[in-house]
Design a protein around this ligand. Structure first.
Ligand code: URA
Length: 425
């Protein structure tokens, strides 16, 4: 087998054989295939696609590149959730303890933000003392004792994806449905969850900009999960505007705690409950009421135990950025559009995200929104507050907000986009 013939097959729109796929994934993981060769293959896949048989084999080869975890020793059914990434998407934070409070075990292997989308681990690391890196034994212990664990995937889990994802990120090859589907599903199947709910984001702030592509991605992932014995369901959800009122690490933790305390923005609460119901249903838990578990404090109790079990202090004061800049409404009227991508880029430029994998993030940086689409605003009122420790970044962040919102004359009719756009099972 040689890598050039594998690249040529895909470059010329051919179908990769199972042997070619197994070989190239294994050789890349071992360092025999070089990054520049894998980049060429990833670009050929992005341009020419893969059929279902190829995607299934590619996913299986990525799973086989590492270890598989197993939660059979737990007394509760396992349910996991994965979002394809968005702006202000803090849902995992209230969702994992909420579903645990309703009786499932939630093994939530999460990632860091890269580019304009935030990462769950970066958000939780703004809680003093909290640790993302756990050994497999520690992960199982936290899961068993608190019902939920949110941590980084260990080095042994789908190592082929770790290498390939980092490469795709710097070679413009992230937005390929076969590569996204195999990347996400290889980790989730190797993780060993019994059921999985996928939150496939659609809109300017998501990788999938239109609903047809999102449906295709969702169907591909649901098929991969189901064929591997993981009960898998996908919700397609709106990412044309940020979720909630915050985008940034500590800012989003604060908002998640508000949701766990029974408050928080309506869209975050709605999506958290919709995903919780899907997870409980997929795990076979029929008689739980997630709205009640938010209201009666049991989800909050699970959050506090989960954070403490990973070294965090749930009562600690969260970091606040040193400098703030308020953006005001230039005119009065109805806010009819607030673009998720622009806000995500602003938060990233303020220091909430990283430009390179090894960059540190600022815990307090980000964007706080004071109005959402559909709200009436008055000229001069605060629209958003930008937070950063490095005020020289304000101009750069403000540039990304130019043209990201529309204010129509007062009285203009506004119809809100539903949060859940479709369900694929
Ligand atoms: N999340 C992943 O884990 N992989 C992708 O390719 C995209 C989003």
């Amino acid at each position: 087998m040689d890598v050039i013939s594998v690249i040529r097959t895909k470059r010329d729109r051919g179908e990769l054989s199972p042997e070619q796929i197994d070989w190239v994934i294994d050789a890349y993981t071992r360092g025999v295939v070089a990054d520049e060769q894998m980049s060429a293959l990833a670009m050929a896949i992005l341009l020419n696609g893969m059929n279902r048989t190829e995607i299934a084999r590619w996913t299986a080869a990525m799973i086989a590149s590492g270890e598989r975890m197993n939660f059979d020793s737990l007394s509760r059914p396992t349910a996991d959730k994965h979002s394809t990434g968005g702006v202000g998407d803090k849902i995992t934070l209230p969702l994992a303890p909420l579903v645990a409070a309703c009786g499932a075990a939630v093994p939530q292997l999460s990632g860091r933000g890269l580019g304009h989308t935030g990462g769950t681990l970066d958000k939780l690391e703004s809680i003093p003392g909290w640790r993302a890196l756990l050994s497999n034994e520690e992960m199982l212990h936290v899961l068993d004792t608190t019902g939920a664990v949110i941590c980084a995937a260990g080095d042994g889990l789908a190592p082929a994806d770790k290498k390939l994802y980092a490469l795709r990120d710097v070679t413009g090859t992230v937005e390929a449905i076969p590569l996204i589907a195999s990347s996400i599903m290889s980790k989730k199947i190797a993780e060993g969850t019994g059921s999985l709910v996928l939150d496939v984001k659609v809109g300017t702030g998501a990788f999938m900009k239109n609903i047809e592509d999102a449906r295709e991605l969702a169907r591909t992932m649901v098929g991969l999960g189901t064929d591997s014995g993981v009960k898998t369901v996908a919700l397609l959800t709106d990412m044309s505007t940020p979720l909630g009122l915050t985008a940034g690490n500590a800012l989003e933790v604060r908002e998640s705690v508000e949701v766990l305390a029974g408050g928080g923005p309506a869209d975050v609460v709605e999506l958290t409950i919709a995903l919780a119901k899907e997870m409980l249903d997929a795990a076979g838990i029929k008689d739980a009421d997630p709205a009640k578990a938010l209201a009666d404090g049991s989800a909050m109790d699970h959050w506090r135990r989960m954070i403490a079990a990973q070294g965090g202090d749930p009562d600690a004061t969260l970091p606040v950025a040193r400098e703030q800049h308020v953006v005001t409404a230039p005119e009065s009227g109805v806010l009819t559009r607030l673009d998720a991508y622009g806000v995500g880029v602003a938060a990233w430029r303020l220091g909430a995200g990283r430009a390179r994998k090894e960059d540190p993030v600022q815990a307090g940086a980000g964007v706080e929104l004071h109005a959402k689409p559909g709200d009436t605003v008055t000229a001069g009122q605060p629209l958003m507050t930008l937070h950063t420790d490095t005020p020289e970044k304000f101009d750069y962040a403000l540039a990304s907000l130019a043209g990201t919102y529309d204010i129509a004359p007062a009285g203009t009719a506004f119809s809100a986009t539903p949060i859940v756009l479709d369900r694929i099972a």
